[in-house]
Structure formats: C-alpha cells, structure tokens
Design a protein around this ligand. Sequence first.
Ligand code: GUN
Ligand code: ZN
Length: 479
Amino acid sequence: MSTVFEILNKDCAGRIGKLYTAHGVIETPTVLPVINPNIEFIAPSELKNYGAQALITNSYTIYRSSRLRNAAIDTGLHTLLGFNGPIMTDSGSFQLYLYNDVDVPSEQIVKFQSAIGSDIGVPLDIPTPPDVSFSRAEKELEITLQRLREMKDIDCGDMLLAGPVQGSTFTRLRKHAAEEVCKIGFDLCPIGAVVPLMESYRYRDLVDVIVSSKQGLSPCAPVHLFGAGHPMMFALAVALGCDLFDSAAYALYARDGRYMTSRGTYHIEDLHYLPCSCPVCSSCDVKDLKDDVKLIARHNLYAIFEEILLIKQCIKDGSLWELVEQRCRSHPSLLAGLKAAVKHSGWIERVDSMPKSTFFYCGSESAGRSEVLRYNRYIERFEFSGKVLIKERYEKMDADGFDYVLDFKPPFGAYPALLRESYPFNAEVNDYDYEALCVAVDNVIRLIQCNPGALFVFKKPSGMKKEFTQQLKLYAEIV
Ligand code: GUN
Ligand code: ZN
C-alpha cells in the first residue's frame, strides 16, 4: 500500500502519523478546514494560526467558474487560495449527492486537480446515501470502483490520490469496497457518504461503517472521514482508526449561530457565557458573537483544533479510550456509538498496543474494553495445581495452606497477585457494577475450568449479589 504515511504512535485503533505531500508533511490526526473560494469565512493564510496544517477545497467549484478555473491554471491552486501548505481537492461528488448535476467525467476532474497543483486529488466517486436498496448501493459502488481502477492509468505527477470507500450502510459492501480500494492501491482512503449519518446523529451506524471499512483496508493506510467536523465525535472516530477529517461545519454551524464545544453544540441565542478560553472567547462577549458569525466560525475552528491536540496527547499517553468514554457520555446518540464500538473490541484488541496508561473503569461500557477481552484470551495460559485462594487485594485473610493467591478484581476476574501492579490489572476500579461483575465472574469460572486439577476457594467480596455467589458455588468453595 502507501509509502507516504508513517505511523509514529498508536492507541486503540487510533494513531499519530505523518502524511508526506508535495507541500509538506501533515501530522495526523488532524482536520482539513473546507475553503470555498467564493465564500471566505477565514482567510486561508490565517488557518495556521488555528492549528490547521492543510486545507481542502472543491475542485469542481473552481472548474465550473471560468474566472477561478483560469486563475487556477495560470497561477496554480496555492497562489489562487493564498496558502502554501498541503491542499487536498475534492472532486464534486458532494454536488453529485446534493444536486445530482455533475457533468464532468472523473478522469477529466482528476487531471484538472493535478494540473492546478493539488497535493491530494479525489476521483468522482458516487456518495450512495444510507438506507438505499442493496442493489442500488452495489451498482453505484461498482461504478465508483470502475472509476477508481481507471485512475491507475492517469499520470498525476506528485499528486497523491485518494480512493473513496462507498457502500452505503451495508457493512458487507463497505468491507468489499475497502478491499478493492486497497487492491487498486491509493495513497489515502476516505470513507465516504457518512455526512447524512452524522447530520442525523446516527453514531451507531457510523461506527459500523467505519469499522467495516477499516476491516477491509490495510492497517497502514491513512484513512479520511469525509465531512466529519464536530469536535465531540473526533475521539471516537480517531479511536476507530480515522486519521483525517475535513470540515465545512465550523463555517456552516457559525452561519446558523451554532457554537461548537467538545461536549456538544450551543445555539448562540442560548448562551449566557462563553465557556471557552480561545482568543475569540477571551476577548469578546456573547453579544459580540451574536452580531458577527465570523467570530463564531473562528471560535469553532479553535474548538476543533483544541480537541485534536487533546486526542494526540491521549494517544501519546495511551488514554484515548478514557477520552472516548467521556466524550460519548455527552450525548445519548454518541453513547449508542460507544456501545457499538465496544461490540468491536475484538477487532480493536487485535490492532491495539500494550501497555498503556492506567485503565480507568468509568462505567459499564468499560467492561467490554479490548483489554478485558484480551485477558479473557490469556486465561487459559495459567496453570494452577493444589489449593488456590481468590480474594480481593485488601481482604484480610490468612493464606496459609494455599499454594497460590489470586487477586479478584472486576471486570478482569482473577489473576496472580504478583501481577497486581502490572497493566492492565493496576486499573482504577472503585465500584463494581453489574456488568463488571458479570464479566469477572465468567472469567473466574473459565480460569477454574481451565485448571481441573486445582481446588479453588473464593472469598466473596462483601455485598456481592447472590446470583454471582450461586454461579461460583458450582465451581469453588465460597467463604
Ligand atoms: N464529501 C462528503 N462526503 C463525500 C463523499 O462521499 N465523497 C466525496 N468525494 N466527497 C465527500
Ligand atoms: Zn472560544
């Protein structure tokens, strides 16, 4: 696959990486603000002040206007926009989705992107919306894939090529599309047609679309999530392996008086305070923002890049999942997304790295984390014989006469006390909820079943529900 992307750090399925382009390196994860050359909210030359490293613009908008087209051909895209960093150009697929009126063949629009000096070009894919019939999604995907195959014969110079993954809400089609995109060989793999899912807060479906696409891609491929621009969902998307985002949302939201935060959106009319310390919010008051949508757009961009920096710090620390759990608890639809992501813990576990920062048990979703699944796989490696005592770490109980002492700690279950300071058993777990106990008791039973020659004694934690004691009684002596 691609040699233009280098992965530096990993956490969950997320990573910090470097994407090499003709106009410089983009450190991911990051967001490419959408610049519309006809409607400028923020001058491209100022974007770097917000933390943006690159931008995205629509080549079809430029192509359609003879003024912009001629200027782009004469002076190049970077001069036209007044930006000397990496520029990605989209193909007009979004116009195809909105108005169904794109009259330029894919090959021509890609050649145009290359001619005006774009750093990353996108062919004309068909953004099949969610919930269409399978046969429509399949047919449109075949057309997209055919166009992508044709790209291989075009000389694009040093422009990187993106191969969008489509397939509507059919996970089987998404995976197939991703495998084909990988087979053809692209420098960047965007996941397309997810804007309608995000607009209607369908984060559960979004998670399934991202994961099924990722499962068909090479783990080394840089992945772009087309049209994602709200800071509250970046952590989840990054943890599932998305590296790049692009967003007009900072400007579109501002136009509607919507003020973004990593916890959600406020309407400016409802704000009594500005709960942010960015340069805009620390020098203006609510009334200033009500009177000037550009100020809201500027705040929105600051909020976006602040969240990106926090995500990157969390990846370095190995605490991205903790951030995901926090962010996803700020909206019920995101919580549904978190639950869907937990169902993919088996996949995350295979790509995740260990050890990382202390595991924080932050509620029932933590019981399904990849670290817990991984321990479940490791249980059969332990071999015990003789008498084995399982008790909580601080339980005062004489261990004389026992051959082994194991700590009991939900959601993991039981493990040799010697491992208690090691990751992930050094987890912060201050309260056992039902889900944590379910997983822990299942794991203890498995451990006992894997060691039929040993005799297990289980010191019941105070207050543990009777149903768990009843289950364990079949396998161990309860004291
Ligand atoms: N922008 C938002 N969604 C899409 C998509 O599916 N394809 C392309 N090319 N651009 C997009
Ligand atoms: Zn602000």
